[in-house]
Every structure is written in structure tokens, then in C-alpha cells.
Design a protein around this ligand. Structure first.
Ligand SMILES: Cc1cc2nc3c(=O)[nH]c(=O)nc-3n(C[C@H](O)[C@H](O)[C@H](O)COP(=O)(O)OP(=O)(O)OC[C@H]3O[C@@H](n4cnc5c(N)ncnc54)[C@H](O)[C@@H]3O)c2cc1C
Length: 166
């Protein structure tokens, strides 16, 4: 298991909202009015609404802003072009819930279902179906995953049996 925080937040400011951190509502309502985020005029007030330690959040935000001012992210090494400060009120915090659908790809699968080594040669006896070596590793094709499980389940099983028979 990857160590994941139980709770994470997106924190941004009025500029971040204007840049599309949360897409505008059709009725023009503010994100906090819709319940999509907390909003506050100070970072301290925002921390209270998030129920996180005030000192921790103010320190984190000022460290981030310092990185932006210096054009160098010494903590996470983000590219300079992404260093946008959190300075203009109102400030927003949106709850971030980690989730994912797929982990397609990793190794490369050949047409007969064989998994290839770094040089493109089949690894003897190793065949796959589903996400492991998925043909959808380069983009997300809606609905393609279960079909791939079925299609390559048959192809790889046949190939594996064929190679065993040899
Ligand atoms: C919410 C959600 C919605 C989706 N909707 C669609 C959809 O509408 N259409 C579509 O095509 N696809 C959809 N997918 C994707 C699709 O479900 C997956 O791509 C597909 O199920 C992957 O199959 P798989 O056999 O590669 O992997 P998995 O189904 O993840 O199977 C891997 C299995 O290996 C087991 N395992 C892991 N480690 C070990 C170990 N060390 N020892 C033994 N067993 C182990 C796991 O318990 C699991 O049973 C969706 C996925 C999610 C999460």
C-alpha cells in the first residue's frame, strides 16, 4: 500500500478560482454557496473551517508563496511555470478524495498476449489479460477495459496452452 493521507485538500485563492480550479456554476453561484468548497477572507479563518491546525496551514501557505516568489519549489520540485502563489482573498479549500479507476499498461503485451521484455522479446510462458500490459496504456478508452479482459483472456489462454503443448 502507498502511504496516503486520510484527508487532503486543494487550497487556492481568488486567482486560482478565476483560472478554473472549480469550473463556474451555470447559475453563477460561488463554490462555497454550492457546498463545493470552504471560503474565507484569511488563511486562519479557512483553517478553522477546514478543522486543521491554523499554524500548520499558515506555515504551509507562506512556504508555498515563498517558493513562488523565488521561482524555485524546494519541497516538491514543481516546474517554475506552475508556481502560482496563494495570496488573493477570498481563499478556498476543497476536499480532495483520492480515487482511481485504472492502472493500465506497465509492461507491453504482444498480439498473442505475451508480455515482452525490455528488448521487445516475449518472456517465455508469461501472458496477460486485463490492465496488466493493457493495450489502453496510452489513453483512456471508455468501456474498453472489461472487453479487453475478455478478449485477451481468450487470446492469452490459447497462446499459453499452445506454448505448453509445444
Ligand atoms: C469504479 C470502476 C468503474 C469501472 N467501469 C468500467 C466500465 O464501465 N467499463 C470497463 O470496460 N471498465 C471499467 N472499469 C475498469 C475495469 O473494471 C478494470 O479495467 C478491469 O476490471 C481490470 O481487470 P484486471 O483483471 O486487469 O484487474 P483486476 O480486476 O484489478 O483484478 C486483479 C486481481 O488480482 C488480485 N490480486 C492483486 N494482487 C494479488 C496478489 N499479490 N496475489 C493474488 N491476487 C492478487 C486482486 O485482488 C484482483 O482480484 C471500471 C473500474 C472501476 C474501479
Amino acid at each position: 500500500h502507498l502511504p496516503m493521507p486520510s484527508t487532503a485538500w486543494f487550497v487556492f485563492d481568488a486567482e486560482g478560482l478565476a483560472q478554473g480550479a472549480i469550473p463556474p456554476s451555470a447559475d453563477g453561484a460561488a463554490p462555497d454557496a454550492k457546498g463545493y468548497a470552504h471560503a474565507a477572507n484569511t488563511i486562519e479563518e479557512l483553517a478553522a473551517k477546514m478543522e486543521v491546525p491554523v499554524e500548520e496551514l499558515t506555515t504551509t501557505v507562506s512556504q508555498w508563496n515563498e517558493c513562488c516568489d523565488n521561482g524555485k519549489d524546494i519541497f516538491f520540485h514543481r516546474p517554475e511555470s506552475t508556481l502560482v502563489p496563494v495570496k488573493t482573498p477570498p481563499f478556498y479549500a476543497q476536499l480532495c478524495a483520492p480515487s482511481f479507476l485504472n492502472t493500465d499498461g506497465g509492461p507491453v503485451r504482444a498480439a498473442d498476449g505475451a508480455i515482452l521484455d525490455y528488448d521487445g522479446n516475449p518472456i517465455p510462458g508469461l501472458y496477460s489479460a486485463g490492465e496488466f500490459g493493457s493495450i489502453w496504456g496510452h489513453y483512456y478508452e471508455g468501456g474498453g477495459n472489461v472487453a479487453e479482459c475478455l478478449v485477451f483472456g481468450r487470446i492469452s489462454a490459447k497462446s499459453a496452452l499452445g506454448s505448453e503443448a509445444k
